[in-house]
Design a protein around this ligand. Structure first.
Ligand SMILES: Nc1ncnc2c1[nH]c(=O)n2[C@H]1C[C@H](O)[C@@H](COP(=O)(O)OP(=O)(O)OP(=O)(O)O)O1
Length: 164
């Protein structure tokens, strides 16, 4: 199964909005807003739709933060490959509200709860929140991180040490 998906991080000054996912893959973990790109949609359109559906906010401008590949292996074979476009936005309308899928919560960028997130997030999200762009490939065995490579496409504009 090959999926194209999105992740969007709303930014407000020194804070980032995460969702506590209530159902589906990654339930119980904090993540960006996002999901599968539907046929006929661009990743940008999907990111906006998912934000409206999940937290009732419409992003007005998106910044592309990079592309991630998540490969999940089960019993020696590939179970799913996820190509995920990452965006940030600091321009949006609406106030984040809870939905059936997600509970939104603002965090200071230096207090992002990486211990309650997907294992890969701690490696690339600080770069994206600092204004950098990345390409990463993360390989999982039954969604446990096994191997990864991460490339910086564009330097972060803020010092990374402030964010990790
Ligand atoms: N390893 C890892 N790190 C960070 N983020 C993710 C992963 N694996 C993932 O799948 N994700 C992200 C990518 C997507 O944004 C979501 C998963 O989306 P999902 O909830 O399955 O998609 P929806 O389209 O909203 O789902 P349904 O509508 O089918 O419920 O997690």
């Amino acid at each position: 199964m090959i999926l194209v998906e999105t992740l969007l991080y709303l930014v407000r000054g020194g804070e980032v909005l995460l969702i506590l996912k209530k159902r589906g893959l990654g339930a119980g973990l904090y993540n960006g807003v996002g999901g599968k790109v539907k046929p006929g949609e661009t990743p940008e359109e999907a990111a906006v739709r998912e934000a409206v559906e999940e937290i009732g906010v419409k992003p007005l401008q998106l910044n592309w933060g990079g592309l991630l590949e998540f490969w999940n292996f089960v019993d020696g074979g590939v179970e799913s490959v996820h190509y995920v476009h990452v965006f940030t936005s600091n321009s949006y309308v609406g106030e984040p509200r809870e939905s059936e899928e997600a509970i939104p919560q603002w965090f200071r960028k230096e207090e992002v709860p990486y211990d309650k997130m997907w294992e890969d997030d701690r490696y690339w999200l600080p770069v994206v929140l600092g204004g950098g762009r990345i390409y990463g490939r993360f390989e999982f065995q039954k969604w446990k991180l096994r191997r990864w490579s991460l490339y910086l496409l564009e330097e972060a504009s803020q010092p990374l040490l402030d964010l990790v």
